[in-house]
Ligand binder design. Structure first.
Ligand code: BES
Ligand code: MG
Ligand code: ZN
Length: 496
């Protein structure tokens, strides 16, 4: 259950749970000391039993009487250690995890006298981390988890007004993350191109985003045959959603984000094996991220021009499905030999990328896609794969990645892999030749053929869009919303 309210207090309230900081050597932080004195030394007594010394570890104990219900101790690391925003968010998430079932409101008695942090946005980042961690997907559970009870979390600060102001932006960013997590979590009988396009319109139009939805007939006129080929076997017809946030100068070329939106990837005629096929409901996560990002950008009215393109199709086997061996002419004019109908993401993106660079002439194009199983082999569930034709752009994305903790790892691109997708009978084939391994790189080389010489980056998010690890900081099991915080930071931190 989402926390109802994160608020800030300049004095500690009573009759609630309280959270205090303990350094790794066992000493109490200055605020913890004050609380300890007011409670007759009970924290010092209990802290001896708190043996686990690693940062963000927590332990709660109940007070039998007095002003507070539970006291929760959290390890802050070494005293004097400098914190980053991300670490504050992790701290907030750890506090949420430990106190969410204690059946009381909670106040966090940790401020800048306890933690070395240069800015008074500290309390807001603690609240943001707790908020992100508190989201879960229980829509289809008839019985909700009643053990989770935390409704109101407040954080100590000397400047309530300033903290509220910082939280305002972060809360709106969280709303973008939650929208992404929600649409990614929904099953494919609920989310298909038409319904996802409708959500985009319903969510974004009221925020001042221009939303255009292209249907099959319009895509046909534009010769988007690669995208249409992927969707032609399904009853749920493809859609292309174009989202425009005009926050910058009229004359400024936009920054464009393109997302793979395969609402279900059965593999098509090159059918996937049964085990794990259900996970292919997440194959629209790239589009889901573009949607959540645009929401965060519009809610916070960022002063940049942003274009989001969601390329949506459902990949199904049927009598009208495309076949292995088919050749299609993409919007760019380049022909593609379809050697596997399961390599469909790159076909959907081929037309979406071409369309985006052709229509908007953007300064930068970044695409996000659950594109290859191979990237999970290479980088696991820890890092997304970053591919780019521009070092400066790659470095900017890596910097945002370090700040937000949404990890990316730069992957190489080269001629060798590009040659691997040359076809004998068409301009290219949609999978690499058998002797060319490195499936994520050949996929990226394929996309590169559809962006001309634009500054471009491709983020293969196949391994990171969902997690089966409930202990992950700032996110519970399920959809992570990966990419929203990363790219929001990218837009916020750079001058274009
Ligand atoms: N959607 C998959 C990639 C994927 C795999 C995402 C695992 C998340 C988890 C993609 O469309 C796909 O099927 N890729 C194939 C490409 C192959 C046929 C060249 C793959 O990775 O096996
Ligand atoms: Mg596939
Ligand atoms: Zn796919």
């Amino acid at each position: 259950m989402l926390i109802n309210k994160v608020s800030f207090v300049d004095k500690l309230p009573k009759n609630c749970g309280i959270v205090v900081g303990i350094y790794s050597d066992g000493s109490l932080s200055p605020n913890a000391k004050k609380v300890d004195e007011s409670l007759g030394g009970i924290i010092s007594k209990n802290s001896d039993k708190f043996t686990c010394k690693s940062q963000f570890k927590t332990r709660s104990f109940a007070l039998c009487n007095g002003d507070y219900g539970y006291v929760t101790m959290v390890r802050l690391g070494d005293s004097g250690k400098k914190f980053s925003e991300l670490e504050l968010e992790k701290l907030g998430a750890a506090i949420y995890s430990c106190t969410s079932k204690l059946d009381e409101d909670v106040v966090v008695a940790i401020d800048r006298s306890d933690i070395d942090f240069p800015c008074d946005c500290l309390p807001a980042h603690i609240g943001f981390g707790a908020l992100l961690k508190s989201w879960n997907f229980d829509k289809y559970k008839s019985k909700k988890d009643e053990k989770i009870t935390l409704k109101n979390l407040s954080v100590l600060t000397s400047d309530v007004k300033a903290s509220e102001k910082y939280l305002e932006e972060l809360q709106k960013l969280a709303e973008g993350v939650f929208l992404t997590r929600q649409v990614v979590s929904e099953p494919a009988n609920v989310i298909y191109p038409e319904s996802l396009a409708k959500i985009a319109k319903d969510e974004l139009f009221p925020l001042g985003v221009e939303v255009e939805i292209l249907e099959v007939s319009e895509m046909k006129k534009l010769w988007m045959n690669a995208l249409l080929a992927v969707g032609q076997g399904s009853e749920n017809k493809p859609r292309l959603a174009i989202l425009r946030w005009n926050g910058g100068e009229k004359s400024d070329a936009p920054i464009a984000f393109v997302g793979k939106g395969v609402t279900f990837d059965s593999g098509g005629i090159s059918l996937k094996p049964e085990s794990g096929m259900h996970e292919m409901r997440y194959d629209m996560a790239g589009s889901g991220t573009v949607l959540g990002l645009l929401k965060a950008v519009a809610l916070n009215k960022l002063p940049v021009n942003v274009v989001g393109v969601m390329a949506m199709a459902e990949n199904m086997p049927s009598g009208s499905a495309q076949r292995p061996g088919d050749i299609v002419r993409s919007m760019s004019g380049q022909t593609i030999e379809v050697l596997s109908t399961d390599a469909e993401g790159r076909m959907v993106l081929a037309d979406a990328l071409w369309y985006t660079q052709d229509r908007f002439d953007p300064k930068i194009i970044i695409d996000l896609a659950t594109l290859t199983g191979a990237i999970v082999v290479a980088l696991g569930h820890e890092y997304a794969g970053l591919f780019s034709n521009c070092n400066e752009l790659a470095e900017q994305i890596v910097s945002s990645s370090v700040r937000t903790g949404e990890k990316v790892w730069r992957m190489p691109m080269s001629e060798h892999f590009d040659e691997g997708i040359n076809s004998d009978i068409a301009d290219m084939q949609n999978i690499g030749k058998p002797n060319v391994r490195g499936g994520s790189i050949t996929a990226a080389q394929f996309l590169k053929r559809f962006v001309n010489d634009k500054k471009w980056a491709h983020i293969d998010v196949a391994g990171v869009e969902t997690t089966s690890d409930d202990n992950l900081f700032i996110c519970s099991k399920g959809a992570t919303g990966f990419g929203v915080r990363l790219l929001y930071d990218f837009l916020r931190a750079n001058k274009f």
